[in-house]
Design a binder for this molecule. Structure first.
Ligand SMILES: C[C@](O)(CO)[C@H](O)COP(=O)(O)OP(=O)(O)OC[C@H]1O[C@@H](n2ccc(N)nc2=O)[C@H](O)[C@@H]1O
Ligand SMILES: Nc1ncnc2c1ncn2[C@@H]1O[C@H](COP(=O)(O)OP(=O)(O)OP(=O)(O)O)[C@@H](O)[C@H]1O
Length: 274
């Protein structure tokens, strides 16, 4: 059985408080984007091993046992004693990009196992499992535009449709560690609350919708700022870094003809429709 975990972008990201457990409270809007990995599972015929992971496409750092698809499988296996499985993961979403690729894979693995082995878990139960695998992982269970708070795990649905808009996602060849990016933040409540800004016309977002990580990440990696500026030069109605970087997205009007975007070799570029 196969599934296609998709990326997310953050529309605004305010880091509001540091918590006693070291994590941070934040406010953001998660919006799904059709930039997808492919994830396929089969029951494994050789029963001497619990799982075999075959990776294709973009490289993922770390051991196979630490891969979030494996961690998702082992999590459900602990409770439901699943058969051994063979996993094929084709990575197309770059890692360390703020696009939630690893979290998406984990959440889609939970949904896939639920369906393949008819575990009959509800969406709420899947969200609880997902939350243990990553701060923004549970978003990918419903995978619809969502206002998130807490550590990125308390959700309320929002009525926001960017259908028809075009999106460009550009990731330079630099890696931003999410943990390190959080450690450089001075938490504060935003002047313009994201939940309110998002209801305003998209033309106003440029001035009002802010990703707090840009302040600390841009000086360290000026190339990310340059990409954002270039997207505005090319006609984006709104552009921002996603999550803790290093990717930047630009939203373009449905009728806009996105020109050829020429960035340095090694830069990841995706152009699609919302
Ligand atoms: C920044 C975002 O991309 C916004 O969408 C996400 O909140 C990041 O979520 P994620 O990649 O799933 O993050 P995790 O893998 O759970 O956490 C990585 C590290 O980031 C820090 N972290 C993460 C989320 C959060 N709300 N506060 C934090 O301080 C913690 O040091 C943690 O060890
Ligand atoms: N299936 C997976 N896909 C990508 N990364 C994975 C996966 N499993 C484990 N990882 C590890 O997780 C790290 C972060 O990956 P991910 O793509 O989720 O980060 P991100 O782009 O920073 O997203 P986020 O918006 O959640 O911060 C990678 O460096 C990698 O070591």
């Amino acid at each position: 059985m196969i599934t296609f975990p998709n990326a997310k972008i953050n529309l605004g990201l305010s880091i509001t408080e540091k918590r006693p457990d070291g994590y941070h409270n934040l406010e953001t809007v998660f919006y799904p984007v059709a930039l997808e990995d492919a994830l396929e599972i089969h029951t494994y015929s050789q029963e001497d091993k619990k799982f075999a992971l075959y990776q294709h496409g973009l490289e993922i750092t770390g051991n196979p046992e630490d891969n979030l698809v494996v961690r998702a499988y082992l999590l459900l296996n602990k409770e439901y004693h699943l058969p051994p499985i063979e996993i094929h993961l084709y990575k197309h979403i770059p890692s360390g990009a703020g696009l939630g690729g690893g979290s998406a894979d984990a959440a889609f693995m939970l949904k896939l196992l639920n369906e393949y082995y008819q575990l009959k878990l509800t969406e709420s139960q899947l969200e609880v499992y997902a939350a243990t695998l990553g701060a923004d992982c549970a978003f990918f269970i419903k995978n619809t535009p969502t206002f998130a708070e807490g550590i990125g795990n308390i959700f309320s649905p929002i009525s926001l449709s960017l259908k028809g808009y075009q999106i460009a996602i550009i990731k330079p060849d630099v890696f931003v560690s999410t943990r390190e990016a959080f450690s450089k933040i001075h938490p504060h409540h935003p002047e313009f609350p994201i939940k309110e800004v998002i209801r305003r016309p998209i033309e106003e977002w440029k001035e009002l919708l802010i990703n707090d990580f840009e302040t600390s990440v841009f000086p360290q990696h000026p190339i990310i700022k340059e990409i954002k500026e270039e997207l505005y030069c090319q006609g984006a109605v709104y552009a921002s870094m996603s999550g803790s970087g290093s990717s930047v997205f630009g939203l373009f009007r449905p009728e806009c003809c996105i020109p050829d975007l020429n960035f340095k070799e090694g830069t990841f570029c995706y152009i699609g429709k919302l």
